[in-house]
Design a protein around this ligand. Structure first.
Ligand code: ATP
Ligand code: MG
Length: 391
């Protein structure tokens, strides 16, 4: 019997289970996995029937990017942005905002050509015209989790593509919470999370892509980078003394080093994409005021004290330099093969929903399904079945 992608995946799972042990994240959601096949898409089509004023009717997730602007307008024109509180809704009542509508409003945040990208054009307080009650948002998120879980099972079984989700943000923008919520339904075996901190001396003794390269996801897996090689053109650009610690030959440290690195990153991502990696990059765009509120909460709320770090207060003073570095990075590395999503991050519920919407929409586009079995293999399977039954 020919070697199916699924068998390969199983083999590699065993081999790397130990390695992935401390890197895996997310919890499996059996319920979600069972029921979720194509749920995102099903939701879209059932909504089109159920609700005549569905703003996203006929807007397939695949077409969201080109239609994003008009979808957003549609949404606010045809649907009151203030939705009815669902606290009073009986269980099972359809929510006024469906996942497909959510997918339809992501366009303005998706950057594939950075030439005219300006960070100032992006409002961190934006909620895409939505004003959802907490439990509406949670319900949508749950459905996204279910859809993602179903896709991830297929990705794993198929064992052709890998997915890299890069998260970058200023402190307290909500990276950790977003990663936790969005990945909460994923089978831990299929997911690897890495948080990149200040580099060790061993890492500093290598090229700047070395450490992240070793942590890239295997085929069939979703890898999450909580910070990434982008730090090399962000924090290191803002704090040039960090560059000094990298022991580069002096003649290579020129004025063009940041542009050179950005070009290297772009080529690196092109290379990875050509090798079957779907790369999505998220910049959680929090405002300086909202960051201040969240840092104050970390001081004022004893349950959050452990999160407070004095260096976060210091880093705030470099806000402008960081924004410049982010803008340059996004301008230089936004592409069709590795788009940036600039996600408004002043409202956590929206950040999570938008990231979820983007991940599910982009992964759906891969069209990955369980490996098909051909007639010859089916015949062999039936032979094994007969043997087992007779056993
Ligand atoms: P949190 O939001 O919980 O604070 P975090 O990602 O900021 O999470 P920290 O442990 O607070 O995690 O900080 C990690 C630090 O490591 C960041 O300040 C980041 O800029 C820094 N860092 C990551 N990569 C590099 C790098 N290549 N060179 C220098 N510093 C880096
Ligand atoms: Mg931090």
């Amino acid at each position: 019997m020919s070697r199916s992608p699924r068998k390969t995946a199983k083999k590699s799972t065993k081999k790397s289970a130990k390695k992935a042990d401390d890197q895996s994240a997310g919890r499996s959601a059996g319920k979600a996995a069972k029921t979720a096949r194509g749920k995102w898409a099903e939701d879209a089509s059932s909504q089109a029937v159920d609700s005549p004023q569905n703003p996203a009717r006929g807007t397939a997730p695949e077409t969201q990017s080109s239609k994003a602007k008009s979808s957003k307008t549609q949404l606010s024109e045809t649907q009151p942005p203030k939705t009815q509180p669902s606290k009073t809704s009986p269980p099972g009542t359809r929510l006024p905002v469906e996942p497909a509508a959510l997918a339809g409003l992501l366009g303005p945040y998706r950057i594939t050509n950075g030439s005219d990208f300006r960070i100032g054009d992006h409002n961190p307080g934006d909620t895409g015209g939505l004003d959802l009650e907490k439990d509406h948002a949670r319900d949508l998120l749950d459905r996204g989790v279910a859809a993602l879980s179903a896709i991830q099972e297929r990705l794993f079984a198929n064992n052709r593509w890998s997915v890299l989700l890069v998260f970058q943000a200023m402190d307290a923008a909500g990276k950790d919470g977003t990663i936790k919520h969005v990945m909460s339904g994923i089978n831990p075996q299929g997911c690897q999370v890495h948080a990149f901190k200040a580099p060790s001396s061993e890492e500093l003794d290598h090229d700047f892509l070395w450490r992240t390269h070793q942590r890239l996801p295997e085929r069939g897996r979703i890898g999450i980078f909580n910070r990434s090689y982008y730090e090399e053109v962000l924090v290191v650009r803002v704090h040039q003394e960090m560059l000094d610690r990298q022991n580069l030959p002096p003649r290579l440290v020129t004025k063009s080093i940041w542009d050179d690195r950005l070009r290297d990153i772009r080529h690196h991502e092109r290379y990875l994409a050509r090798n079957g990696m779907l790369i999505l990059k998220f910049f959680l765009n929090v405002s300086k005021d909202e960051q201040k509120k969240r840092l104050l909460q970390r001081i004022d709320d004893p349950a959050k004290n452990w999160k407070f770090e004095s260096k976060d207060v210091d880093e705030r003073t470099y806000w402008k330099a960081y924004m410049h570095a982010y803008e340059e990075a996004i301008r230089a590395t936004a592409s069709n093969f590795a788009p940036w999503y600039v996600i408004p991050a002043d409202n956590k519920w929206f950040t999570r929903l938008a990231v979820m919407g983007a991940v599910v929409t982009e992964l759906s586009k891969l069209g990955v399904d369980f490996p098909k079995i051909d007639d010859a293999d089916l015949h062999k399977l039936l032979g094994f079945r007969e043997r087992l039954v007779a056993d």
